[in-house]
Design a protein around this ligand. Structure first.
Ligand SMILES: C[S@@+](CC[C@H](N)C(=O)[O-])C[C@H]1O[C@@H](n2cnc3c(N)ncnc32)[C@H](O)[C@@H]1O
Length: 302
């Protein structure tokens, strides 16, 4: 498959931001057939959605560049202060999650980055390659903050739709984006702050990509997921460290902090990966300035 969408996206980025273009040209693995096939399939679906909304890829790339520019501002403050700019969920909820304009460009920007940024793709690949190890007896799946449905679509594909799928998100804009991307499958949508979500059901697989850093009490959230998970169930959780964004409020400084929190909440790591957005060296994971991402399959401690 040729990299038609990928090339047209980065060519468009090049017209507006030549530095980004140079970096992306170097880092995107154009020779990885599996990557290119997945990326092109994803961007084709995305393009169809945009066309149905009278938009095109230039809209998506503009969102991406806006998100990058927000990120740069947050990064500068982070370098100066060593802290994220927001610490309150209510403030971020009012300013970002409930603001359709900001949420729309932010989520569409993130969506584009899924296949442009190596560390995002590595986490998705880790999920796809290892999901089969945690599939036994999975009937009920819960996803928190499902975004563009990359994990969800993989779950539907893997379990051949023979699952009951619930998605909780505090933002209506995000739910709309998720709905567009998983439209061929049935999802029970819950528009709610996950901290207030409760259910009598127990879930066999809980997925939460990049949400833990959005809450004030991550320990409480991991304890809540523990109580929502069936005894032999699995949680797949991804968390960035040192990654300032307009909606990040809880600063994790290194993967060890994340794992300690999981353990305190009653989880143990079954399989994990740590990826860096800046360098391939694992020795830098404790550097407080370098953004790294931790992703793990977790089981309940026996
Ligand atoms: C950064 S996106 C993550 C998208 C995707 N899961 C991924 O891994 O890229 C964070 C998502 O979590 C949602 N979110 C943030 N705080 C939340 C909360 N307290 N309850 C439910 N959803 C929340 C946001 O609306 C957004 O859709």
């Amino acid at each position: 498959m040729s990299a038609t969408y990928l090339n047209s996206i980065i060519d468009y980025i090049g017209k507006k931001n030549p530095m980004q273009y140079k970096k992306l040209k170097k880092t995107i693995p154009f020779d990885d057939i599996e990557f290119v096939t997945r990326a092109e399939t994803f961007f084709k679906t995305y393009d169809d959605i945009l066309v149905s909304e009278n938009k095109d890829m230039s809209f998506a790339v503009d969102c991406y560049l806006k998100m990058c520019s927000d990120m740069m501002v947050e990064q500068i403050t982070f370098m100066e202060t060593g802290a994220y700019t927001s610490t309150s969920f209510d403030e971020v909820n009012a300013r970002v999650y409930s603001n359709d304009e900001i949420m729309s460009y932010h989520m569409n920007g993130l969506l584009v980055s899924q296949y442009l940024w190596d560390h995002h793709y590595k986490v998705l690949q880790f999920f796809i390659q290892n999901l089969h190890l945690f599939s036994d007896g999975v009937k009920k799946v819960l996803e928190v903050g499902g975004g563009q449905g990359l994990f969800s679509n993989e779950v539907f594909r893997h379990f051949d739709d023979k699952i009951d799928f619930t998605m909780v998100d505090v933002s209506e804009t995000s739910i709309g984006i998720h709905r567009n991307f998983v439209k061929d499958h049935h999802v029970n949508y819950v528009h709610e702050d996950v901290m207030k979500y409760d259910s009598d059901e127990k879930f066999d697989l809980i997925i939460m990509g990049e949400v833990l850093e959005h809450v004030e009490q991550p320990l409480e959230l991991m304890q809540k997921l523990h109580s929502l998970c069936s005894d032999n169930g699995t949680a797949f959780i991804t968390v960035p460290c040192n990654s300032p964004m307009i909606d990040h409020i809880y600063l994790f400084r290194n993967p060890a902090e994340i794992v300690a929190l999981f353990n305190e909440a009653g989880w143990e790591v079954a399989l994990e990966i740590i990826v860096s957005s800046e360098t391939k060296k694992t020795s830098i994971v404790d550097d407080p300035k370098v953004p790294v991402k931790h992703a793990a399959f977790l089981k309940k401690k026996k």
